[in-house]
Design a protein around this ligand. Sequence first.
Ligand SMILES: C[S@@+](CC[C@H](N)C(=O)[O-])C[C@H]1O[C@@H](n2cnc3c(N)ncnc32)[C@H](O)[C@@H]1O
Length: 221
Amino acid sequence: MPTDGRLRSFVLRKGRVTSNQKRALVELKDKFILNKNIDLEMSWSIFPSALDIGFGAGETTIHLAKSNPQMSVLGAEVYLSGVGSVLSQAEEEDLDNIRILHGDIVPFLEDKVPDDCFDLILMFYPDPWPKRKHHKRRLLQKDFISLLNKKLKRDSIFYFKTDWTHYFQEVRRLFEDNKDWKIIEKQELDDYLIDLPKTSFEQKALNSGEELNELALRKVN
Ligand SMILES: C[S@@+](CC[C@H](N)C(=O)[O-])C[C@H]1O[C@@H](n2cnc3c(N)ncnc32)[C@H](O)[C@@H]1O
């Protein structure tokens, strides 16, 4: 149980970390990893314009940074091998417009990120916590949506995908009932968002024939 008593949206898995990921974690830590205990504006001289929450193996974080050199991209992940993988890809692609929060995005957003910061937040295939008794661990709930609203600028985009129909329906209902957001068509998104690569979880879901659901929203208030 965490010391602040809050339920976490993740369970820390040991998972295998490859030797290349280990090397990247050691050699590139100072360049890319933010100190989660200090304010974002103290650790990165520019404000990030995009946030990728729970990036897994990092396909989307890398794509955002690579296809938009003018964009500054913050990726958040608790999973060590995912962080190692994204660092190694950032080095390979020679990307300087990327920083990583290795840890829980919730307290960081609450305490260390200024309001009206981002133009875009992605949350793809968040842990679904399928059992009813675990639904309260799901990240996307009313309070977290309010937090996202505070951290996004007006007219910015929140883009969510999941292969869990129940989770999708709950989230869609929360947004439909909320005047601060407008559901938009995928075609209204910029091309680099329409052309995003498939993430590992997306590919797994496709391979097992799951239905994929997505919701694109504009913050209107
Ligand atoms: C099911 S995976 C999806 C990964 C990736 N977005 C994809 O589509 O392949 C969800 C990820 O969110 C991460 N995660 C869950 N809660 C988080 C939190 N509070 N802060 C940061 N990362 C979190 C998990 O570690 C996990 O890697």
